[in-house]
Design a binder for this molecule. Structure first.
Ligand SMILES: [Zn+2]
Ligand SMILES: [Zn+2]
Length: 496
């Protein structure tokens, strides 16, 4: 968008071009530094705009308000404009995602500012283009007063482990700091959050649950709306967003956190070890930008990273473990099965005998199974072979599969009995009466945490707590042994 700077009421100010034509306009990034207009206490600000914008940093396009309305709030000091992209000594800086890598910037011929060379950030483009000519709009007026009446409507029971973790979380609400809840797969971590969230909301604090996966947002948002019926709850994910909802409790994918600025007093980061949070520095930045200066961070994980485990041992990171599953039965310990040279055999269109025997028995049993493989090429070959050998519904799924969602649903509905998958489904899929096999478990992609997550798919229902987990390998890997020890130790800690 092109802006002009002009004198208005004896003061230098700035305004979008269309509101003050025919003065000559320039792109936002070329404006001189202008002092923020002082807050006019007699101005009747729009509460809806306040609630939408408070704690956020948005593009004009993301706001369902007219440019006139926004500009009026700017002139009266209630809205702030800041550059989306600024020039630095060695390139550009994106103010939304803090990207500074020059390879993640590009320039285009821009219809808004009429420049042939308007630079924009590619790193956060999925949330709308931030370019040199786009200002980021934020709220500069009074804070939103959140409701103090957010009672929890839930009378379920917590397991002993859940209770302990819930208490630790509640105790810390209202103070700064951090806590790791290390909960085994199937521990029931959502219920652990309820009491702490209730306390925070009733103190007038704003809470966010950030997760790397959209399906978690889709699953959690309705659950939280149901247990906090008097609270405004919103889910944020790519595609459909409840963007306009001024929510006190937000469930967001980690990427969508870029939209927020100093918004949350309590930030809960689900699956903190999972991609992309642990790999992407700008996402870590997004978390630190989305929280208020004084804040509390809660991390949830079944498989914390080495760095986190080290911090808990040094006691620099407080940690509470939930070693037992919600239903009280132990975690299935993976078994190791020698599978011979699985790769070579597969290339010759053959399966190792132990795997073949397991496959036939599994098909006969009528129970569902997930078969994890190391790559898409193994996936394709193996699925083709399996389809020739057994006479039950078999499908395969991987990250780029356009039918991924549909296939997972079919698997849940028992329309598929054997599902061959890459590690993409190591988390999230929960179906009862399930066994798990890893074909080629000695491959590098099967790290300790991947194997723990994979094994965590089995035995999650109390009616079928004993699902089988088998690792078919050509030589035990360290990760396999670590994953087995991890599981045994958790069972031991749970007294099982
Ligand atoms: Zn960016
Ligand atoms: Zn432009």
């Amino acid at each position: 968008m092109r802006f002009v700077s002009l004198f208005l009421n004896n003061r230098l100010t700035i305004a979008p071009e269309m509101l003050v034509s025919p003065v000559k306009a320039v792109p936002f990034s070329e404006l001189p530094t202008v002092e923020q207009p002082p807050l006019n206490p007699t101005f009747q600000y729009d509460e809806k705009l306040q609630q939408t914008l408070y704690g956020k940093s948005l593009l004009f396009d993301e706001l369902l308000f007219t440019i006139e309305q926004i500009q009026q709030h700017y002139e009266n000091g209630y809205v702030k404009y800041s550059p989306g992209i600024s020039k630095t000594s060695n390139g550009y800086l994106c103010s939304r995602c803090r990207n500074e890598k020059s390879r993640l910037f590009a320039a285009f011929s821009c219809f808004r500012c009429k420049s042939d060379n308007c630079a924009y950030c590619r790193n956060c483009i999925m949330m709308g283009r931030v370019s040199q000519c786009t200002p980021l709009v934020s709220w500069n007026g009074p804070k939103v007063k959140w409701s103090h009446e957010n009672n929890l409507h839930w009378n379920g029971e917590l397991s002993s482990g859940q209770q302990l973790a819930s208490k630790e979380f509640v105790k810390r609400i209202g103070s700064e700091g951090e806590l790791l809840i290390w909960a085994v797969c199937g521990a029931g971590k959502t219920e652990v959050l309820f009491k702490g969230i209730e306390k925070a909301l009733n103190l007038g604090l704003r809470v966010c649950i950030a997760t790397p996966r959209t399906d978690v947002v889709l699953e959690l948002a309705p659950r939280l709306k149901a247990v906090f019926p008097n609270t405004i709850v919103a889910g944020y994910y790519g595609g459909t967003e409840e963007r306009e909802t001024p929510a006190q409790l937000v469930i967001s994918t980690t990427h969508q956190l870029y939209r927020f600025k100093q918004a949350f007093n309590i930030m809960i980061i689900d699956e903190v070890d999972a991609f992309p949070y642990s790999y992407d520095k700008t996402l870590q930045h997004a978390v630190s930008r989305a929280v208020t200066p004084k804040h509390f961070l809660l991390y949830l994980s079944a498989t914390p990273s080495k760095a986190m485990k080290k911090a808990t041992r040094k006691r620099t990171l407080p940690c509470v473990k939930i070693p037992n599953r919600f239903h009280g039965f132990p975690l299935p310990v993976p078994g190791m099965v020698w599978g011979g040279e699985w790769k070579k055999r597969l290339e010759r269109g053959k399966l190792p005998a132990p795997f073949l025997n397991w496959l036939k028995a599994q098909a006969k049993s009528g129970r569902r199974a997930m078969i994890f493989v190391s790559s898409v090429s193994v996936l394709e070959k193996l699925t083709e072979l399996i389809k020739k050998i057994v006479d039950v519904p078999v499908e395969s799924v991987h990250a780029e599969d356009p039918m991924r969602k549909e296939k997972v649903t079919q698997f849940r509905n028992e329309d598929i009995q054997l599902l061959v998958t890459t590690t993409i489904l190591e988390r999230g899929v929960t179906v009862p009466f399930l066994d798990v096999a890893v074909f080629g478990a000695d491959h590098d992609v099967f790290t300790e945490s991947a194997l723990v997550q994979i094994a965590g798919r089995a035995g999650r229902s109390k009616d079928d707590h004993n699902g089988e987990v088998l690792l078919f390998h050509y030589g035990k890997s360290l990760s396999m042994i670590q994953a087995i020890n991890h599981t045994k130790n958790m069972n031991k800690e749970a007294g099982l």
